[in-house]
Design a protein around this ligand. Structure first.
Ligand code: GLA
Length: 488
């Protein structure tokens, strides 16, 4: 068992012998937890799903524009065995998450909002809904779960949990599914936690390759591997401000999704009136210069002239669209769970959101070219531009992320930006590989022992291990399941 496990883990993590020992110990600990949770029984499978760091392309995925993340060597691991009935029984190694037991019966009724078990239920519900497993014949599984992805930090711990749950449920039912199709299905599973997330996190967790970033296009899902230059490293720094997707961040995130939907309707109407073209877009990417056969500049001009650059009230949007406010609310402001997003007190910032999304999409394309040319400075500069756009037009930054970005640049990062949904969580920093140790040391002194200690009244997350808040990302391979021989 020991040798098999080490070999498998070396293939996945591609790391030094010392690091491998740490990974092996972690899996061994989970195997021991399995044996004590289910006495006398052996696990038959192991599943692992990685978190991710997004290098560039923020809030573009749900608009149909590309992203460029990489999977990281922090992940969610399930050790499990199928059961003879349809019960799913999961024990989390972290005592803060209570054991969860439910039946794989359609529909799977969610726990209360915020319950960690909903991420497991989300995967099971979607797979049953898709008809990939017949609910009448579904087999459950019993599992222990462990994870090393910092939570509520913008590194996709929850999506990794959804992906791992799906792979466990499929393996328990001996069902093989193409990873692209699974990624598309699981992107929709986010409805379970009430967020309108795009498809980036699930796609990279499933489709990543070791040592590479992934440019991902959506609708339909397509991926292109990007080789990462050896002289540039990506360092994650956690701001220590929690950004939980299922709680406070939900309204702010969903608001932006709706603002983009409103932008899509308004841009389509404006372009249609000016150009006479009959268009029926589903999302902003359907209105790109390339799709419409127009210069991007021309579209931007039509847009700014027709509905202006200031925030709009629902009433004004309705007037532009020639509909009633109620109709617009019903058609465009309804979330996947059926609830309606209330109008923000400062209005819908349609123009700013539009400008961010379109410019960010162009930055992703430029980053592909910069990576291909091995131009680290150009990559870093695009990351810096992305940061400014996320801060000013998309407004997903916060004072702590801003402090972190500026301290990083002062201490040697060529490029620095918040990663993931924002509103807290982490930054990703492009640092010359030969300066990484020095960068981590000076960031530790300046941010974690300096800024955080001074700003005592802010709600920073407590941490015990610095390696979990500032670390270099190693691009790992995507999620997978393999047989476990727990009976060694
Ligand atoms: C969250 C979502 C992703 C994506 C990012 C922002 O992580 O889950 O789909 O929208 O925010 O880029």
């Amino acid at each position: 068992m020991q040798r098999d496990l080490s070999e498998e883990l070396q293939r996945i993590y591609n790391c030094s012998p010392d690091e491998l020992l740490i990974h092996v110990a972690r899996y061994e600990q989970l195997l021991a937890l399995y044996r004590s949770s289910f006495p006398g029984q052996n696990p038959t499978f192991i599943v692992r799903a990685p978190g991710r760091v997004n290098l560039i392309g923020e809030h573009t995925d749900y608009n149909g524009y590309p992203v460029m993340p990489m999977a990281i060597d922090r992940d969610v691991v399930f050790i499990f065995a199928p059961r003879a009935d349809n019960t799913i029984d999961i024990t989390n190694e972290s005592p803060s998450y209570r054991r969860r037991t439910f039946d794989a019966r359609f529909p799977v009724i969610p726990y209360e909002q915020g319950d960690w078990g909903n991420y497991v239920k989300a995967a099971v519900h979607e797979i049953l809904d898709a008809g990939w497993i017949d609910p009448k014949k579904a087999m459950g599984f019993q599992a222990v779960i462990g994870g090393t992805i910092p939570e509520s930090a913008g590194l996709s711990s929850s999506s990794a949990l959804v992906v791992a749950s799906a792979l466990a449920f499929l393996a328990a039912n001996n069902k093989q599914v193409d990873n692209n199709r699974l990624a598309e299905l699981l992107a929709r599973a986010e409805r379970y936690v009430g967020s309108e997330g795009g498809g980036m996190d699930q796609a990279v967790s499933l489709l990543a390759e070791s040592g590479k970033a992934l440019k991902i296009d959506f609708f339909p899902l397509r991926t292109q591997l990007t080789i990462l230059p050896e002289n540039l490293s990506f360092v994650v720094c956690n701001s220590l401000i929690r950004a939980p997707k299922s709680e406070s961040v939900r309204y702010a995130y969903n608001r932006r999704v709706i603002e983009c939907r409103l932008a899509t309707a308004l841009v389509a109407k404006a372009v249609q009136e000016r150009s006479g073209k009959n268009i029926h877009p589903n999302r902003l990417a359907d209105l790109s210069g390339q799709k419409l056969g127009l210069e991007q500049r021309t579209i931007d001009k039509i847009v700014s002239q027709s509905f202006g650059e200031r925030p709009l009230r629902l009433k004004e949007i309705a007037q532009h669209l020639g509909e009633t406010a109620e109709a617009v609310q019903h058609r465009l402001c309804t979330l996947r769970d059926g609830s309606v997003l209330t109008e923000p007190p400062d209005g819908f910032k349609v123009w700013n959101r539009y400008r961010h999304v379109v410019s960010e999409a162009q930055r992703v394309e430029s980053a592909v070219a910069a990576f291909a040319a091995g131009d680290s400075f150009a990559v870093a500069e695009l990351m810096n531009q992305s940061h400014a756009s996320c801060r000013d037009d998309y407004e997903v930054s916060c004072p702590e992320l801003e402090a972190l970005v500026s301290i990083s640049r002062d201490h040697g990062a060529l490029g620095a930006r918040p990663t993931g949904a924002g509103f807290g969580g982490c930054t990703v920093n492009a640092v010359p590989s030969d300066q990484v140790t020095q960068f981590i040391d000076s960031m530790t002194a300046a941010y974690y022992h300096g800024y955080v200690k001074k700003e005592k009244e802010r709600p920073f997350t407590h941490y015990t291990n610095l390696h979990d808040v500032i670390f270099v990302c190693r691009a790992t391979t995507g999620a997978g399941a393999w047989p476990s021989r727990g009976d060694r």
